[in-house]
Design a protein around this ligand. Structure first.
Ligand SMILES: *Cc1c(COP(=O)(O)O)cnc(C)c1O
Length: 412
């Protein structure tokens, strides 16, 4: 793994610069542009992506399954997107199935495998730090009589590949491991896990929603059989995702109907969404390396400012983390109160994952890495992206410096 995802700040003892921009910032912030630090929840749509989609929301309305000229043109755009994406992850175009997003792809990978291989066994292995769409698919399968093993993680959020190996039995039909974690950013040793599992003939799925388009990714280097991604986490539209299905992998469709997507997923294609997805991947492949380095530097700069001037603990792995994600625990602070206070100051971030912010339960990922319920409820996520710049990092850290002591004062 390249070192660009290693955090360069956070463990240093000296070198903190005193922060004196707070008062100035306080006066001016409200009139300035808002700062978006919630890219792990969703990303802005690139203008290039929007432009590529527009014709398919107006004149180019053909159904890709139709034989006539409009239909053939629509089919052509879908296949162009499929080609771009397959090159990007070093797959064959026929191995890419378009879906309605990352949650659907995860459901199809897990339930589709379970339904297809239930004659062979009923055991599934996953981890304690998966996205809800993986966990809830597994819980549903448990209600149907499947056995699911949830492998724990260390304090940095890492799965031990050998522990996955030890959990495999004759009845194991699938291993599903998240690639990059959406809450704490930890990147799992998926290639190593896949090598072990496939040694036993067990297919491997990875939820690569947070890594796809952000760090280099090849289905053969990872050695996986199934991979989920979604367009809206890489500056594309919401509601369009994909499942990579390695040729020969057994999967039962979840949506029956027409024969679209080689019978793996019925339904008329979301032509605009798929076109936007292809364009977003094209844009990512041209700038991914540079951008992940730039974003990792901004992340490190923000971490350093926070640790020097605000305090708290950074969650996740120091060397194997997504470039854009900061998970910050500030003991004694209510994360929701902090998110709301920051929002008032023009800064968007989140407490926990987007889909559970209204949920009373503390994050399962934070408790899996050993944080207490209290600490989990004192944790915010700041996620940086392509539109993040240095000035925003300064303003965000200034805002935290201004607001955290106030919230501490009111803490019960
Ligand atoms: C966002 C996300 C998903 C869900 O993708 P949707 O397209 O929003 O359904 C799945 N897994 C991870 C890790 C995510 O961050």
């Amino acid at each position: 793994m390249s070192t660009i995802w290693s955090r360069t700040s956070g463990r240093r003892s000296g070198g903190c610069k005193l922060d004196n921009g707070t008062a100035m910032m306080h006066a001016g912030l409200c009139s300035m542009n808002r700062i978006y630090l919630d890219h792990a929840a969703t990303t802005p749509i690139l203008p290039e992506v929007c432009k590529a989609m527009m014709p398919h929301l107006s004149d180019e309305y053909g159904n890709p399954s139709s034989l006539h000229a409009q239909g053939r043109r629509a089919r052509e755009t879908v296949e162009v997107a499929r080609d771009i994406i397959s090159v990007f992850i070093e797959a064959n175009p026929g191995e890419i199935i378009f879906t309605g997003g990352g949650s659907e792809s995860n459901n199809l990978a897990i339930k589709g495998t379970a339904f297809s291989l239930r004659g062979r066994g009923n055991h599934i292995i996953t981890t304690a730090v998966e996205h809800h769409s993986v966990i809830e698919s597994c819980r549903f399968l448990e209600s149907l009589g499947f056995d699911v093993t949830y492998i724990g993680v260390d304090s940095a959020g890492m799965v031990d590949p050998d522990e996955v190996g030890r959990a495999i039995t004759r009845k194991t039909i699938l291993v599903s491991v998240i690639h990059g974690n959406n809450e704490i950013g930890t990147i799992q040793p998926v290639a190593e896990i896949a090598r072990i599992a496939r040694g036993y003939g067990v297919p491997v799925h990875t939820d690569a929603v947070q890594t796809f388009g952000h760090i280099p990714l090849s289905v053969d280097d990872l050695g996986i059989d199934l991979l989920s991604a979604t367009a809206h986490k890489l500056y594309g539209p919401k509601g369009t995702g994909l499942l990579y299905i390695r040729s020969g992998t057994a999967i039962e469709p979840l949506i029956h109907g027409g024969g679209q997507e080689t019978h793996f997923r019925a339904g008329t294609h979301n032509v605009a969404g798929i076109t936007g997805f292809g364009r977003a991947v094209e844009m990512a492949s041209g700038m991914m390396d540079e951008e992940s380095e730039r974003i990792a530097r901004l992340r490190d700069s923000l971490i350093e400012r926070i640790l020097c001037n605000v305090g708290g603990v950074i969650n996740g792995h120091e060397h194997r983390g997504l470039p854009g994600i900061i998970s910050l625990t500030i003991p004694g602070i209510d994360a929701d109160a902090l998110v709301i206070a920051l929002d008032r100051m023009g800064i968007a971030c989140s407490s926990g994952a987007a889909c559970m912010s209204s949920n009373f339960e503390p994050s399962h990922v934070l408790t899996a890495i050993g944080r207490s319920r209290e600490e989990a409820k004192s944790t915010i996520r700041l996620s940086l992206g392509r539109d993040t710049n240095h000035g925003e990092i300064e303003r965000a850290s200034d805002a935290l410096v201004a607001i955290v002591p106030k919230l501490r004062k009111f803490a019960p």
